[in-house]
Structure formats: C-alpha cells, structure tokens
Design a protein around this ligand. Sequence first.
Ligand SMILES: Nc1ncnc2c1ncn2[C@@H]1O[C@H](COP(=O)(O)OP(=O)(O)OP(=O)(O)O)[C@@H](O)[C@H]1O
Ligand SMILES: [Zn+2]
Length: 710
Amino acid sequence: MSALQKNSDTCGIEQEQPGSQINPKVHWVGVALDVPLGDGVFDYKSSDPVELGVRVIVTFGRRKMIGVVVSRQDKPRIDPEQVREIEEVLSDIAPLPADWLRMAQFAAGYYQRPLGEVMLPSLPAPLRKVSAYQGKASRGGPVARMRKQRSPAPLPDLTPDQIPTLNTEQSGAVDQIVACNSHQTFLLHGVTGSGKTEVYLHSALHYLAGGKQVLFMVPEINLTPQFEQVLRARLVHQGGEDVLAVLHSGLSDGQRLREWLRVSTGQARVLLGTRLSIFTPMPHLGLIIVDEEHDASYKQQDGLRYSARDLAVWRGHDRNIPVVLGSATPSLESWHHAQKQRYTCLSLRQRARDVTLPHIRLVDTRRLELQQGFSPQLLEAMGKRLDAKEQVLVFLNRRGYAPVLSCTSCGWVSQCPRCTAYTILHRSGSAARHHHLQCHHCGYHARVPEKCPDCGDADLRPMGRGTQRLEEYLGECFPAARIARIDADSTRLKGSAQKLFAKVHAGEIDILVGTQMVAKGHDFARLGLVGVLNADAMLFAQDFRAPERLFAQLMQVAGRAGRHVAGGEVIVQTDYPEQPVYQALLHHDYTGFARHSLQERESVGLPPFAFQALLTAEAKTIAKALSFLEEAKSVAQNQFSAYMDMAVTFYDPVPLRVVRVAHVERAQLLVESTSRPVLQAFLSAWNPQLGPLANQLRVRCTLEVDPLEI
Ligand SMILES: Nc1ncnc2c1ncn2[C@@H]1O[C@H](COP(=O)(O)OP(=O)(O)OP(=O)(O)O)[C@@H](O)[C@H]1O
Ligand SMILES: [Zn+2]
C-alpha cells in the first residue's frame, strides 16, 4: 500500500471549533487532492500551523500535486508514521474562503464525488499545476507572473444605447428583487422579448450601488458577444472600468486566471459567466442571476455532473442572498417550486417593445408534397418576407448534409464502424473533396465511397436532410438572398459564430439556417418569419423530458420572430398538429403546457415528484455492462434493504439508446425515490461499493444525481 492511505472515515470540511486542540509541534491536516479515491481528502502534516482553504504542494504516491487544506485535526486517521510532510504552502492568493469550501463540500456530498475532484478542477488550471510553481519556468508562480504582465488595453468606452424606461411589469419585478435583503429565489417568467435583461440589469445595478458583487450566469457566451458589450456599457457608469469579469470555457488558461483573480479579490464586481463560474469565490456576493434557467447547458455532462442552476440556489441560500432564475419557458422543476410558493414568481406577460407575440401557424404536412422538406406554404411565406426586406430564420435541429447515405439497389446504409449509429454525410460546397462521412458520436471520419461497399452499385444517395442541404436548396430557390448557416460546423473556428451573428444583426443576411444555436437569447431586429422543420423527430423520444425540451425549444425559436417590428410569424411543419405540445405552442400557452405536464408527471411519479439517480456502465460488451448493473442492484437490495423499505426503487438495467460508442458498450440503471434525503442517504451508502465492484468486473461506471437525459 502506498505511503498515503485514503482516509477511512468521511472527512468533511472542518467546522471551526473554538479552542480545538492542535498539537503544538505537529499540525495534522486533511488535504483535498484531485484523486478518484475515497472522499478525496488525505492526511498530511506540517510543523507550522496551516490555514483552512490554503493551497499546498504535497507528494501523493510518487507525484507532486497541488491540494487544498480542508481540515485540521488532533491526530491523523492513519498511522502517523506514514503521514508525509507538506512540501510547500502556496500563499500567492488568499486562502479559499469558507463559503467556497462549504459549497464544494455540499457539491461533493450531493453529487457523490470525492471532495478533491470537486475543488481542484474548479480552479483555473495554473493554480493547480505544480509545474506552474516549481522549476525554471515558474518565475515566482502564475499569479506573480500575471501581475508583472501589463494589463490588457482598456476596452473602448461604449456609450449605452438609449436606456429604455421600465414598464410596469418590469419595474414591479425589479422592486421585489431589490426589496429582498435575505435569501429568496425568484422565478422571473417573462415571455420571449419581454425585457428580462432590463430586469436583471436594474436589479444588478441596485446591488452594485450597495457595494455588492453580482454573479450573472448565462448558458453560453460565445454566441452572444454583443450581450457582453451591452452589459459592459451599462455597468461601467456605475462600477467603473474594472466592473465586469467574464468566465467561460473559450478563454485561455491565462485569461481565465486573470478574470478569476479579479473577481475573487473583489476588484471586478460583476461576473458574467457560464456554468463553471458558479465555483468562483466572490467575497461580496449579493445577487445571483441565472438567465435561461431551463437550459440544459447548466448541467455538466462529465466529471462532476453538477447543475449550476441548482448550485446557484444553494449558494444563494447559504449566503442568504436573493437568486433570480429567468426564462420564457422555465424548467418544470422550477415552475413546480413556484407553484408550491417555494420560489416567488414574477411575471412579464407582454413584450417590452410595442409588438405582440408572433402569430403561430401549424402546417399539417401529412398530405403535402414537400420539396426538400419545405411545404409550399413555408416557401411562399419566405418569398413574401424577403420581398419586404425582412429576415427569415429556418430552424432544423440537425447538422450536416444528410443523416445517412444509402445505396438505392441493395439498401446499404453508411454506418460508423465504432458505434451503433449512422455516419452523417457532410458536404460543404459542391467539390467532392469537401464531402465526407462523419459520426456525431465518436468523431469518426471517412471519405464518401464512390460505389456501394456491399454491392458495388454507384447510385448512392443522401437520405433525409440536415442544415447544409437546406442551405443548398434555399440557394436554388432564392438566388438573390444572402444565406448564412449557423451550426456547430459553420462555427468551429474561434470567433466565427460572433462574426456570423454580427452579420445577421447588421442586416447583411436575409436567410439564416440554423440548429438550436440560433434559437436562444438573440434579439434579432429585422427577423419577421421563423420556419421550423422536422420538429416531430423529438416528439416520440423515449426520454420523459423530451416534450418539455421540444416545447421550450419551439417557444424559444418562435420567440425570435417579430421582436422589434410588428407582424412576426412562425410556421411549424408537423404530421401531428393535434399533439398537446403544438397546441400549447399555438396559443403561446406555457402555463397550460406546464400544468398539463406536471399533472402527467405527478400521476406516474416522475420528477419533480420523484428524485432520480442514474448509474451508467461502460464495458467491452453490453452483457458485461448489464451484469455489473444487475450486481450493483443486488448489492443495494441485499445490503441496504432498509432503504428499499423507505421508498427507494430501482428500474431494470437497460442498454442505452445508442449502445456502442467508440467500441464501448453502455447500459444504465435508474434509481428513484419520492424523498430526496432518503435517496441521498442511500446513494452515500451505496456509492462506495460501486468503484470496487466496477474494478472487479472491469467496467467503468458513473453515478449521476438528478440526470437530465435518461
Ligand atoms: N421597457 C422597455 N421599453 C422598450 N423596449 C424595451 C424595454 N425593455 C426591454 N426592451 C427591449 O425589448 C427587447 C427584448 O428584450 P430582451 O432581449 O431583454 O427580452 P427577453 O425577455 O430576454 O427575451 P428572450 O427570453 O426571448 O431572450 C430588446 O430589444 C430590449 O432592448
Ligand atoms: Zn462513431
């Protein structure tokens, strides 16, 4: 066994106890390390007292690592002879504050991860890399190096556009938010274009004036750079040049460190960031805003699978400050909390500008002849809008040229050799060198075969369509129109999404074709018509959240139409116009949709009326994955039967919808309870058994709490 054993008992963060005994000669501490063992906290010693929250360099096994001191104890929990000395105490930044430590501890417990795996990855990379501190290149460490560098040139002083006067609904909402001087969670439910941003801004300015910091979370920043500019322009007048810091995954390590330091020292007062920003220390935090709170990107999908929105509510409660969750289509979880008066609902029912919500038309495609997926109605409406010099948005949530390539004589279809999935035909431009087949699950690339690999026939045809094919077809239909496609392919290069959106905003684009990237948040001024293709694909998905997601997506994309000029229209093509999702959309009826969906969820005991955790297994074969899950289930039923009596229930292990990805086969086991504390207690007991079992059966497993996709 290595010199460092994992602590046998659960090592939480020390609650400061006045007068607690500390050995005068040796100081025993618990250090959280990014190591997937036990609770992620390991014993070390020091001859000097060490503060909680301080970062230290230690040796773990044979490696040097940076860790965070999270506890001090009278004696170590392993043989004192085996405890190593802390090598270096890093004092280039202040100790991580107590509330940050508390939140990390909460997240580790709630999401069932070792504490070190929560803490360390949430810090900017240079602060957790030993090489940044030791060796020739370190030059005093990353913080000192950064201070020596010149600060980036000051940003141009932007004058804000005309600041609108709040309408009655907006000022009512702001009044309630700013009147709150303790914890309260507000659900700002405002229809698309109702001016939620102004409510956030006014509330933020109020807390800034009171000397507080504001955390403003958004699902994505790359897509909405103009929002950052607007925010900056509005804030500098109150908070000075340095007021805004921005954090998202597109920043370099150095940029991220700089922004993190500015916020955690209290210098920058507003942090605009994506989900990772929830873990930034903010000494004067006074308000948290979560825009588009329903957005799935608040949920991290690997490593620590946390929900930044849920942690925001926790943090607000812990710091005793208000939290504002805003959306035109709140998640059913948040809506349910509001219905139960746990959250305070603030409603904006009207659009802020003098326009109504767009008119929605369902085009029944059952008996229609479609041309490349377009109904005659949609094409005609597009023509009219273009003639009137308005912009048109065509929404299809599928990138690539066609979802599969197929042989007309033998029925061969293009399949990924590594996954149970088709390869997608990609074709940007007409030259054959721009054509290839791509797997959207594992990234596999292949050239397009000249003839069928099975029968040799040369007649291979694309089946179905993606955004590239729509773009091509629209070019033929509307040769004079300037068309832009915005999807993950067209925006791969850094800055390209910004450029494309800037062109749309500048009126240099007539038709915008895009995936869900174009659906959110954008305040297009000239967009008159939105056309939605192939929404039905999401209608009958297995996941019980699929209708909720579809409805939110349709409401959001529809909400891009007619925001500044009257007469906006949305055309949704469907084979199932009678479906409740479409009927609710037709009437812009979020409330009705939510009521109906919650009733349904309640009657079958699904979230938010139940709490779930998902155990996923990955193995060489599906049989192995399934047998691990069976074994895990029987461990639960045999060893923890008390929880089964307390309403913890298991579904059967099942293969994932796409079973094999990159040669790995996957299955899942869903656990559910009507009580969150009971589920939590059960998971804490069960989870430590899973790692050893998985090792034994040569399976990789992950446990996810509150999974969004099932
Ligand atoms: N009080 C107001 N008077 C006039 N215009 C306003 C007012 N408040 C906001 N606006 C304008 O209304 C438009 C929509 O506002 P905003 O983008 O904040 O909507 P939103 O509620 O965030 O919508 P979505 O959920 O669709 O993103 C913007 O162009 C904004 O400048
Ligand atoms: Zn693949």
